[in-house]
Design a protein around this ligand. Structure first.
Ligand code: ZN
Length: 188
């Protein structure tokens, strides 16, 4: 990806939260008013009283591509953002987790299925989730147990043919992942 592509990607997907630093105004350490200015070669909120610097980073998330009979497992979101839309089962990584553990946990929570990671699929940049930018890590995995039932923040879980995917996919990173899967494995 060259710089021009990257600028285009960011500008096309920008949300208000991207440049307002989540609206943070006060130092979480000492409660002084944060100042926004150059710090470590970028514009960052920082605290003039105690030196705290707010580094805004994308949040890691992980999930799994599960294929059965040439169909991909997807879940319908029961909560915002994207309530009622479909996505690949995935979720944010907890503090003490490896992303592989995140994928296994999220699949169990959202679909009831136990999985075994088999390999890496790819990494996607999510810029259209109003909560945070995300680095979405998707694995290939096999189902090893459990029973398909929607749970946690999913209201439905089903396998879809790539020729008959839902029209309402929740996030651009998931649309990108589906397009890449199709290009890499289904187009000859
Ligand atoms: Zn402070």
């Amino acid at each position: 990806m060259n710089d021009d592509d990257l600028k285009y990607l960011i500008s096309g997907k920008e949300f208000k939260s991207f440049n307002d630093y989540n609206g943070y105004q006060w130092c979480p350490r000492c409660r002084a008013k944060l100042e926004i200015g150059e710090m470590d070669e970028s514009i960052r909120p920082h605290c003039p009283a105690c030196g705290f610097i707010y580094y805004q980073n994308p949040a890691p998330a992980a999930g799994a591509i599960i294929i059965r009979d040439n169909k991909i497992l997807m879940v319908e979101r029961s909560i915002s953002p994207g309530k009622g839309d479909w996505c690949i089962p995935a979720g944010f990584t907890e503090w003490n987790e490896h992303p592989q553990q995140t994928a296994v946990r999220e699949l169990k929570e959202e679909t009831g299925l136990e999985i075994s990671i088999t390999s890496m699929f790819d990494v996607f940049m999510g810029m259209d989730d109003p909560r945070t930018h995300a680095v979405l890590i998707l694995y290939h995995a096999d189902v090893t147990g459990g029973e398909l039932i929607a749970g946690d923040d999913a209201s439905d879980a089903r396998y879809f043919s790539f020729d008959n995917l839902p029209s309402n996919i929740a996030f651009q990173a998931h649309r990108d992942a589906l397009a890449l899967y199709r290009k890499r494995f289904l187009e000859t």
